[in-house]
Design a protein around this ligand. Structure first.
Ligand SMILES: NC(=O)C1=CN([C@@H]2O[C@H](COP(=O)(O)OP(=O)(O)OC[C@H]3O[C@@H](n4cnc5c(N)ncnc54)[C@H](OP(=O)(O)O)[C@@H]3O)[C@@H](O)[C@H]2O)C=CC1
Ligand SMILES: N[C@@H](CCC(=O)N[C@@H](CSC=O)C(=O)NCC(=O)O)C(=O)O
Ligand SMILES: [Zn+2]
Ligand SMILES: [Zn+2]
Length: 380
């Protein structure tokens, strides 16, 4: 029976305040307005950025109660007025980085940072300054324009990538953030060249995806750097050639790496969110041309530093959001790569939970034993 045109009551994990466990509640999900789409979420990954904002330390995340989640996969349930690019039944990935195709950023051809709705999205609102969720009579805020920790969510049409329905949503949901971010950072932001040398600081879901991207670009040496040696098993399978635990050395990691690579690396990537490691990653780059890409999200108020001489002498510091990938036009190609077995995703799914146990998914992510790359919440 169609639910189009009706308010849907369903389950969602609601965050009522910072640093509290999520609470699975019945929520009401309003009908999609003009340019909006209501999506039934089948699976969602849990990303460190969800935990970061839940911790209360995200300067852009002060809106409670809120429904987190931004790494989902689902099926279109109904569409609002004027929506033409998707229809009920389409398989989709929500995008925290929209692609409107019209704004200054989209038209520049230089960036994926579509900014047309950012001012409302970071305040947990739809562009009309309202939300589509209520719970216990209270307004509930959206998160990163996605809110995938809900059985149903409302998204903007420009925040949806339509994908091949042959792909399992409980795998390709990871393209909604972690895998696309790392893979894109290597293949788009850095544009790693064949034969080059690469070092990846932090081998979680994001860093491992950088490794996969660097291997796809036929880098000659790929250093996997992590304090947790269990991550090296995954790194090796994805193409890393060298494995370094900084705790095994009594000198700075940048010195270790420059000595091992005749002066430094062509590309380095920081995939932890640690500002000291960001400096180490920059200073591990080769003089004259080495590029360091910051991907990790650092804590509020933290700043990066280095001697300006590091830049004067030709090292380049860059950042990457969502891997520089334009979600609507480029993400569906990654799904095709997955279906053609050119892109590994399955290996990243190390833990699965039902929505009722979503807090255990956060625990798994934080457990520190190194056996969780990505925890998935399955809704069905
Ligand atoms: N820019 C963007 O668009 C995006 C950014 N992010 C950010 O990227 C970062 C990485 O995400 P994700 O891969 O999911 O995170 P993980 O925590 O899964 O991975 C980080 C890895 O780095 C290890 N580590 C921690 N400290 C060090 C250190 N000093 N030296 C070497 N290794 C270290 C961790 O080990 P251990 O587990 O033992 O702590 C872990 O294995 C996060 O900050 C996240 O918020 C995520 C998605 C998009
Ligand atoms: N709000 C935080 C910064 C959060 C951040 O850097 N987000 C990344 C995506 S992280 C995904 O897991 C991003 O792409 N940001 C681009 C944007 O426009 O928000 C803070 O203020 O520190
Ligand atoms: Zn994320
Ligand atoms: Zn745009």
């Amino acid at each position: 029976m169609s639910t189009a045109g009706q308010v849907i009551k369903c389950k969602a994990a609601v965050a009522w305040g910072p640093a509290q466990p999520l609470s699975v509640e019945e929520v009401e999900v309003a009908t999609p307005k003009k340019g909006e789409v209501r999506v039934k979420i089948l699976a969602t990954g849990v990303c460190h950025t969800d935990a970061y904002t839940l911790s209360g330390k995200d300067p852009e995340g002060e809106w409670w109660p809120i429904i987190f989640g931004h790494e989902g996969g689902g099926i279109v349930e109904s569409v609002g007025e004027g929506v033409t690019s998707v229809q009920p039944g389409d398989h989709v990935i929500p995008l925290y980085m929209p692609e409107c195709g019209q704004c200054k950023f989209c038209k520049s051809g230089k960036t994926n940072l579509c900014s047309v709705v950012r001012s409302t999205q970071v305040r947990g609102l739809m562009p009309d300054e309202t939300t589509r969720f209520t719970c216990k009579g209270q307004k509930v805020y959206h998160y990163m324009g996605c809110s995938t920790f809900s059985q149903y969510t409302v998204l903007l049409e420009i925040s949806i990538a339509k994908i091949n329905p042959k792909a399992s949503l409980d795998k390709v949901c990871l393209l909604g953030c972690g895998i696309t971010t790392g893979y894109g950072a290597a293949t788009k932001t850095a544009n790693v060249q064949p034969g080059s040398t690469v070092a990846v600081f932090g081998c979680g879901g994001v860093g491992l995806s950088v490794i996969q991207g660097a291997a796809a670009r036929k880098a000659s040496r790929i250093f996997a750097i992590d304090k947790n040696p269990k991550k090296f098993e995954y790194a090796k399978k994805l193409g890393a050639t060298d494995f370094i635990n900084p705790d095994d050395y009594d000198k700075p990691i940048q010195q270790v790496l420059t000595e091992l690579t005749d002066g430094g690396l062509d590309y380095t990537f920081e995939c932890v969110g640690n500002t000291k490691l960001m400096r180490a990653a920059l200073e591990s780059c080769h003089k004259g041309w080495g590029e360091s890409i910051i991907i990790g999200v650092a804590g509020a108020g933290e700043e990066i530093s280095t001697r300006p001489f590091q830049l004067v002498t030709g090292r380049v510091w860059k950042g990457s959001a969502f891997g520089g990938v334009k979600g609507r036009s480029e993400l569906p190609n990654l799904v095709e790569d997955y279906l053609e077995k050119k892109l590994e995703i399955d290996m990243f799914v190390t833990h699965q939970f039902k929505l009722e146990n979503i807090n255990k998914a956060f625990d798994a992510m934080h457990d520190g034993f190194g056996d969780c790359i990505r925890a998935i919440v399955n809704f069905e």
